[in-house]
Design a protein around this ligand. Structure first.
Ligand SMILES: Nc1ncnc2c1ncn2[C@@H]1O[C@H](COP(=O)(O)OP(=O)(O)OP(=O)(O)O)[C@@H](O)[C@H]1O
Length: 255
């Protein structure tokens, strides 16, 4: 039987910052395969290399050793196949919501009409169509993050890399955006790598939770989230959910 090619593959990936006595191993020998269409959440104590691992997939930094592949190709730098969403919304304050979403499409050379249509489609998807002409400073934190998500979706990446995207938001907005992410995923089945400090969030949205350990950053455990999709409040409050959450909690905090 032929094995399916993973969408994202870390093969013995290490990252060292600095040289000599001042060098620091942020990530040590990480091997991990993420399947096409899989949602992986990454948790672990501060400094365990979560962002480092994601930045390597994003092509924002190079691995010091080992290899990271996306769709079978060795990562050489950023590319439109990978959409990155950070905790800080990183919107251009001088552009309207619509123009922010259109920005990446313009870079790709897409014509005016088409990019407007596409941007409006994704703004509708995240419930921001009515705010197309608003400027970021007039939006709430949740709305800004929805705009950043629409902007990432609009360029149609096959991989979404999300680094604590909902970390700065209140609990209710957070839960709503988790549901929205899952609703969108149900339609397009993109591969998602999602970093969070929130164990409930990690379990709720994931197929598997990857737990990293610190000093040096390394793989601690991978926990399957054997809960059905679509996920909902009933699942969130279930005994099965609590059992998985407790397992993840222990893997993170018993290190
Ligand atoms: N550019 C850099 N130069 C030197 N050290 C770095 C650099 N980037 C990250 N590090 C160090 O590497 C380690 C891993 O950092 P990383 O940001 O990946 O951790 P993290 O798990 O995402 O942490 P947090 O949960 O606090 O965001 C940390 O100790 C950090 O200080």
């Amino acid at each position: 039987m032929t094995e399916l090619q993973p969408k994202i593959s870390f093969q013995h990936v290490s990252k060292k910052f600095g040289d000599g006595l001042k060098s620091f191993i942020a990530l040590n020998d990480l091997s991990l395969d993420i399947a096409d269409g899989e949602i992986i959440t990454v948790v672990g104590p501060s400094g365990c290399g979560k962002s480092t691992a994601m930045n390597i997939v994003a092509g924002l930094i190079d691995a010091s050793a080992g290899q990271c592949r996306v769709s079978g190709n060795s990562v050489k730098g950023p590319g439109p196949d990978r959409g990155v969403i950070f905790q800080q919304y990183a919107l251009f304050p001088w552009l309207t919501v619509l123009k922010n979403v259109e920005f990446g499409l313009k870079l790709q050379g897409m014509g005016r009409e088409e990019r407007r249509k596409r941007a409006l489609h994704y703004l509708e998807l995240v419930g921001l169509k009515e705010f197309a002409d608003a400027y970021p400073k007039t939006l709430s934190g949740g709305m800004k993050q929805r705009c950043a998500i629409a902007r990432a979706y609009a360029v149609d990446p096959s991989v979404l890399l999300m680094d604590e995207p909902f970390g700065a938001l209140d609990a209710l907005t957070r839960v709503k955006l988790q549901d929205q992410l899952l609703e969108t995923w149900a339609k397009d089945k993109r591969t998602v790598m999602f970093i969070t400090h929130d164990v409930d969030e990690a379990v709720y949205i994931a197929h598997r939770v990857v737990v990293l350990a610190a000093r040096p950053g390394r793989l601690q455990e991978i926990i399957d989230v054997d809960l059905p999709f679509p996920r909902n409040e009933e699942i969130r409050l279930s005994r099965e959910f609590a059992a998985i959450r407790n397992r993840v909690w222990r893997a993170v905090y018993d290190q």
